[in-house]
Design a protein around this ligand. Structure first.
Ligand code: 9MG
Length: 278
């Protein structure tokens, strides 16, 4: 695969983005994949199970987490991107809000930037994305990971998150990012109560109507634990339920830890959704 990834032709059918946290402290898999061999094995497994994208992140964004330095994040992420590049049959995205981390990861072979701050975290990030001509995911978050779950409030969560994403899309385009390269994400769990998350999922079709591919990240998240009274490793069936609902609403990319069950759920959902279309 050469040249920048073009979203318009590459990410049109729903696909899975596998989560590869190379952090010691992520909420459900912290510490498991910090070594390049373990990360490479996990990336290869996720690709073999059908992940179109492997999302490599070196800073935890779980509620209450502390930021890490640019140097530390580069030291975690870049060797893993290099280890995966050309060896796994999936695109690599870099989960970062730091421009220098994104720049180094793109140079090492990443093809997509997943920025949970939607270009608000680092004023240089839009330039890095524009320069690379790569896809970028802009996600909604209220506040910062450290404090975002402390009494989040909205006038109307769906209207507010929609307005935010429209504003960030316009900002990105004004900064030179091609509109066709932008993905949008309502940011499930990022400064949201259980009710907020449920309303965003129920009204996901309104995000799809913005006209850009929608990324959905529900995997093993706390709101599923609240509904199911289950620990992260026991939230798979709840995650799969949201993948199916998301696909029916028209979401494009499903960011998950458990690739195979979600890929299979998507394949069945798509088969039914397209039945009779020839
Ligand atoms: C890094 N990260 C954690 N959760 C996420 C989500 O829901 N969406 C995106 N785009 N990234 C996420």
């Amino acid at each position: 695969m050469t040249g920048p990834l073009r979203l318009a032709t590459d990410l049109v059918t729903p696909c899975v983005m596998g989560v590869l946290n190379v952090t010691p402290d992520s909420f459900s898999d912290g510490g498991l994949f910090v070594h390049p061999e373990a990360a490479l094995r996990q990336g290869a497994t996720m690709a073999a199970e059908g992940a179109a994208i492997v999302d490599v992140g070196g800073e935890s964004t779980r509620p209450g987490s502390d930021p890490v330095s640019v140097e530390q994040e580069i030291a975690r992420v870049v060797p893993i991107v290099e280890a995966l590049r050309g060896k796994v049959a999936a695109r690599i995205s870099v989960d970062t809000s730091k421009a220098e981390v994104a720049r180094r990861a793109l140079a090492a072979g990443a093809a997509i930037v997943n920025d949970v701050t939607a270009l608000r975290g680092d004023p240089a990030m839009a330039g890095v994305v524009t320069e690379a001509g790569c896809p970028v995911c802009l996600m909604h978050m209220l506040g910062a990971p450290r404090t975002m779950q402390e009494d989040p409030r909205y006038a109307d969560v769906v209207d507010d998150v929609l307005a935010f994403l429209e504003e960030r899309l316009a900002f990105a385009v004004a900064q030179g990012v091609a509109e066709e390269q932008v993905l949008l994400d309502p940011g499930i769990g990022f400064g949201k109560t259980l009710e907020h998350n449920l309303l965003l999922l129920r009204h996901l079709d309104r995000f799809v109507a913005l006209g850009r591919p929608v990324v959905l990240g529900t995997s093993r998240k706390r709101f599923l634990g609240a509904i199911l009274d289950a620990e992260p490793q026991d939230r798979l069936f709840g995650t799969v339920a949201t993948t199916v609902m998301g696909a029916l609403a028209g979401a494009a990319v499903f960011r998950v830890h458990d690739v195979k069950p979600n890929v299979e759920a998507l394949r069945v959902t798509e088969a039914v959704r397209l039945a009779g279309d020839g």
